[in-house]
Design a protein around this ligand. Structure first.
Ligand SMILES: Cc1cc2nc3c(=O)[nH]c(=O)nc-3n(C[C@H](O)[C@H](O)[C@H](O)COP(=O)(O)O)c2cc1C
Length: 322
């Protein structure tokens, strides 16, 4: 799978999924203390917001967050083209179309999973975005909609074929079907079963297209196993709930042997950022909650974060041995 990775300027072996309200710039800055190499996706930003909203607030980021991909929610080809140009000007490394989120909010905006019904439209968006910038354009989707019979492979193949012809460089497949009127939570639960094999088969059918797999990857070992079949493993909830599990990503997947920081060192690195962004602590602190997941002092740590008490946090750090 090496050759394809090289054609894309960023190495997608491990990426962190776009997650609304979670993978904002603060969480990404924090997560960069843990892995320098994993690719980060922004939370989804709707095309009209990009065009009409406060661009710096929505799109701004710290250079340290790279490699960073912008996920755009939209399906209007001209709007997507304009958004692509804006994303490029902001310095994102790849542009991603959300064609997989089943939330009704997203559905009413005619983007997300409903776009699996109109792969030609997604392809037109890809093509317009490609025409507007030199950046790779990727699409995040699911296997198919739930009303598709069988395992959905044919629908996924057709989708992949159309977007590839339009210039899509990278397809990310959340290995489940999507049911449109179910909540996103139900759509991630056991009742919407995972089928990794369909995604592996897709990779065999498109050997020269970069394909990442997503859905319930709960350890680096499991990510490693997926990489025997596909080019990238995208991790979502695990990265938020237990971020320190990513501490070995750079060594294992990118042969980068920089020193692994301890949880204490990570917090020390975060202190100046927290001091500088005091007015945003109510947004930032929840993002740090998972750092001590499963550790003895997790409860005390979370209480300090909940109280947004920076002085208590400094004492907590000072008293920690490593
Ligand atoms: C809180 C939350 C927000 C999400 N927001 C987005 C989003 O903005 N765009 C998107 O394509 N998927 C979104 N997703 C779906 C994830 O990107 C991912 O596909 C899903 O969580 C499955 O991966 P996981 O099992 O590793 O968590 C979201 C998921 C969660 C939990």
């Amino acid at each position: 799978m090496h050759e394809i990775q090289e054609k894309n300027t960023i190495n997608h072996k491990i990426s962190i999924a776009p997650m609304l309200d979670w993978t904002d710039r603060h969480f990404r800055f924090f997560l960069r203390q843990i892995t320098k190499k994993a690719v980060f996706y922004s939370e989804m930003i709707a095309a009209p917001a990009i065009l009409l909203g406060n661009k710096e607030k929505l799109l701004g980021f710290d250079e340290k967050e790279h490699p960073l991909v912008l996920q755009i929610g939209g399906s209007h080809p001209k709007m997507m083209q304009d958004c692509a140009r804006i994303g490029f000007d902001y310095g994102y490394k790849e542009l991603n179309i959300n064609a997989g989120c089943p939330s009704s909010r997203v559905q009413s905006g005619k983007f997300g999973a409903i776009l699996m019904k109109t792969p030609e439209l997604v392809a037109e968006c890809v093509s317009n975005m490609k025409a507007a910038t030199p950046l790779p354009v990727s699409v995040k989707t699911r296997i198919s909609l739930s009303d598709v019979a069988g395992d959905g492979f044919e629908a996924l193949f057709n989708f992949a074929n159309l977007v590839k012809q339009a210039g899509c460089a990278h397809l990310i497949v959340h290995a489940r079907k999507a049911k449109l009127n179910w909540s996103p939570k139900d759509n991630r639960a056991d009742k919407m079963g995972l089928n990794y094999d369909v995604v592996y088969r897709l990779k065999k059918s498109f050997p020269d297209m970069l394909i990442s797999i997503n859905g319930n990857i709960l350890s680096l070992e499991s990510a490693k196993q997926h990489l025997e079949y596909v080019d990238g493993a995208m991790i979502g909830r695990l990265a938020y709930g237990n971020p320190y599990i990513l501490a070995e990503v750079d060594q294992i997947f990118y042969q980068d042997d920089h020193l692994i920081l301890s949880r204490k060192e990570i917090l020390e690195n975060m202190m100046p950022y927290l001091e500088k962004n005091k007015e945003s602590l109510s947004i930032i602190m929840p993002h740090l909650m998972g750092l001590f997941h499963g550790q003895q002092n997790a409860k005390t740590y979370k209480q300090i974060l909940a109280a947004k008490d920076l002085e208590a946090l400094k004492t907590f750090i000072k008293n920690k041995e490593n």
